[in-house]
Design a protein around this ligand. Structure first.
Ligand SMILES: *[C@@H]1O[C@H](CO)[C@@H](O)[C@H](O)[C@H]1NC(C)=O
Ligand SMILES: *[C@@H]1O[C@H](CO)[C@@H](O)[C@H](O)[C@H]1NC(C)=O
Ligand SMILES: *[C@@H]1O[C@H](CO)[C@@H](O)[C@H](O)[C@H]1NC(C)=O
Ligand SMILES: *[C@@H]1O[C@H](CO)[C@@H](O)[C@H](O)[C@H]1NC(C)=O
Ligand SMILES: *[C@@H]1O[C@H](CO)[C@@H](O)[C@H](O)[C@H]1NC(C)=O
Ligand SMILES: *[C@@H]1O[C@H](CO)[C@@H](O)[C@H](O)[C@H]1NC(C)=O
Ligand SMILES: *[C@@H]1O[C@H](CO)[C@@H](O)[C@H](O)[C@H]1NC(C)=O
Ligand SMILES: *[C@@H]1O[C@H](CO)[C@@H](O)[C@H](O)[C@H]1NC(C)=O
Ligand SMILES: [Cu+2]
Length: 341
C-alpha cells in the first residue's frame, strides 16, 4: 500500500552523512536571519503582509470563522465548468485533478514546479475564501513536524469535532464529526466520478516516520540545492502525510476534496519558505527539475524542458496565469504573506 520506493528512500537517507544544518530549526530561526534579508517587494509592504498561523495559534473565534468560510465555498455554486463540479469548493478539487490529466500527464506532481504550483494553488484557495466568502482572518496550516515529534500525529485540536473532524469510521471510513461531517464527494476516486463520503483512514506510525524532525532536517535538510531537496520533501513528508491521513487525502488526483488538504499543503509551503529563507540569496529564486514527468515518457511537442522561472502556472482561469518567478517570494508583490513562526 505505502508507496515510497525503498531505493529512492535509501538514496536520500545515505546523503545524511553530509548533513550541513542547512535548515535552521524553527526555534533556532533567529530574528537576525529573518531581518538581514528584505523580502518585501513590489506592492507587498510590512503594513499589507498577511500572517499565516498554525491552527493552534488561532483563537477559537478565528478557527470557527475559517471553517465557516470553507463551508461557505461549499455552499456557493461551481463556476469553473470542470467535470463533476457541484460547488465552488469542488472547483478547486476538479482543478487539481485536471492538472494531473494534461496531454503530457501530471504537470503538478513529480515535477520541478510541484512546490510553485501548490504555492499558487494555496493562493487561489485563499483568494476564493477572501473574495467570495468575505474571510478576513489569517490563513492557517498544520505544523505536522510538531505532532510527529510527540509520537501522536493526530492529537492536534484541528482533528476535534469542533474543527475538521477525526478519523473515518464505519465500513467506508466516513468522517462523521466536525465541520465537514458527512460531506458528499462527487469527484473521484481518481478519475472516476462517483458519490461517496469524505473519508479518512489514519495511520499514525507511517505519519511519524514521514513527518518527524529527522525527515525535515536530517534527511531532506542536507540538500542545499532545490533539486533534489524538493523531491525529498515531495516524496517523504508531502506524500507520507497524504497517505497517513488516508482516504480522500491519499488520492493523488482528488485529495483537495478533504479540507485538510489545504492545512497540509500550506504547511509544505511553509517548509519550502523556511528552506528558502535559510539562505535567501541563493535559494529564494532557485528552481530546477523536469517540467513534465520524465518517467511517464510523454514528450511534449516542444521537447523536454526543465522548470525555469518563466514556466507558466495555470488554474484553468480561476485566477490569471502567473510565472513561477511570480510566486518564488511569498512577499514578492503578487503574494504578500509570511508565517508567524
Ligand atoms: C524584487 O523585484 C525585482 C524586480 O522584479 C527583482 O529583480 C528582485 O530580485 C526582487 N527582490 C526580491 C527580494 O524578491
Ligand atoms: C460578502 O460581502 C458582500 C458585500 O457585503 C456581500 O454582498 C456578499 O453576499 C458576501 N458574501 C457572502 C458569501 O457572504
Ligand atoms: C453523519 O452521519 C452519521 C452516520 O450516519 C450520523 O450518526 C451523524 O449524526 C451525522 N452527522 C451529521 C453532522 O450530520
Ligand atoms: C483510523 O480508523 C481506521 C478504521 O476506520 C483504523 O483502522 C485505524 O487504526 C484508525 N487510526 C487511528 C490512528 O486511530
Ligand atoms: C523519525 O523518522 C525517521 C525516518 O523515517 C525514522 O527512522 C525514525 O524512527 C523516526 N523517529 C521517531 C521517533 O519516530
Ligand atoms: C510519473 O510516471 C511514472 C511512470 O509512468 C508513474 O509511475 C508515476 O505515477 C508518475 N507520476 C505522477 C505524479 O503521475
Ligand atoms: C534538466 O536538468 C538536468 C539537471 O541539471 C540536466 O541534466 C538536464 O540536461 C536538463 N534537461 C534539459 C532538457 O534541459
Ligand atoms: C494559461 O496557461 C495554460 C497552460 O499553460 C494555457 O493553456 C492557457 O492558454 C493560459 N491562459 C491564458 C489566458 O494565457
Ligand atoms: Cu497536489
Amino acid at each position: 500500500m505505502k508507496s515510497i520506493s525503498p531505493l529512492v528512500y535509501g538514496a536520500l537517507a545515505l546523503a545524511s552523512t553530509t548533513y550541513a544544518a542547512s535548515i535552521p530549526k524553527a526555534s533556532a530561526r533567529t530574528a537576525e536571519t529573518a531581518s538581514t534579508f528584505d523580502y518585501y517587494n513590489g506592492t507587498c509592504t510590512a503594513d499589507k503582509v498577511s500572517i499565516r498561523k498554525e491552527w493552534r495559534d488561532l483563537t477559537t473565534t478565528q478557527q470557527k470563522a475559517y471553517l465557516d468560510a470553507e463551508n461557505c465555498l461549499i455552499s456557493l455554486p461551481a463556476k469553473s465548468g470542470l467535470t463533476a463540479t457541484t460547488n465552488r469548493f469542488s472547483d478547486l478539487q476538479a482543478l487539481h485533478r485536471y492538472m494531473t490529466n494534461t496531454a503530457v500527464g501530471d504537470i503538478i506532481h513529480d515535477v520541478g514546479q510541484f512546490l510553485p504550483w501548490h504555492r499558487y494553488y494555496m493562493h487561489v484557495h485563499e483568494t476564493l475564501l477572501r473574495e467570495e466568502c468575505n474571510y478576513t482572518g489569517p490563513l492557517t496550516y498544520w505544523d505536522e513536524r510538531l505532532d510527529a515529534d510527540t509520537g501522536d500525529m493526530f492529537n492536534s485540536a484541528m482533528w476535534d469535532a469542533e474543527a475538521f473532524g477525526g478519523n473515518g469510521s464505519g465500513a467506508d471510513g466516513c468522517v462523521v464529526d466536525g465541520a465537514f461531517a458527512n460531506y458528499t464527494e462527487h469527484i473521484g476516486p481518481q478519475n472516476e466520478d462517483t458519490t461517496y463520503c469524505l473519508n479518512r483512514d489514519w495511520d499514525n506510525a507511517w505519519a511519524l516516520e514521514m513527518a518527524n524532525s529527522t525527515v525535515i532536517y536530517d534527511i531532506c535538510g542536507v540538500y542545499n540545492t532545490y533539486s533534489p531537496w524538493w523531491y525529498c520533501i515531495a516524496e517523504l513528508p508531502h506524500k507520507g502525510v497524504h497517505t497517513a491521513v488516508g482516504g480522500v487525502m491519499a488520492d493523488i488526483k482528488s485529495s483537495p476534496g478533504d479540507p485538510t488538504f489545504f492545512m497540509h499543503h500550506t504547511y509544505i509551503d511553509k517548509v519550502w519558505f523556511d528552506w528558502q529563507r535559510a539562505d535567501p540569496e541563493s535559494r529564494l529564486y532557485q528552481i530546477s527539475g523536469p517540467s513534465v514527468n520524465e518517467s511517464a515518457n510523454v514528450e511534449p511537442a516542444t521537447g523536454w524542458k526543465n522548470t525555469t522561472l518563466d514556466y507558466v502556472l495555470s488554474s484553468y482561469g480561476i485566477l490569471p496565469n502567473v510565472t513561477v518567478e511570480t510566486v518564488m517570494n511569498p512577499m514578492g508583490g503578487y503574494l504578500c504573506y509570511d508565517y508567524l513562526t
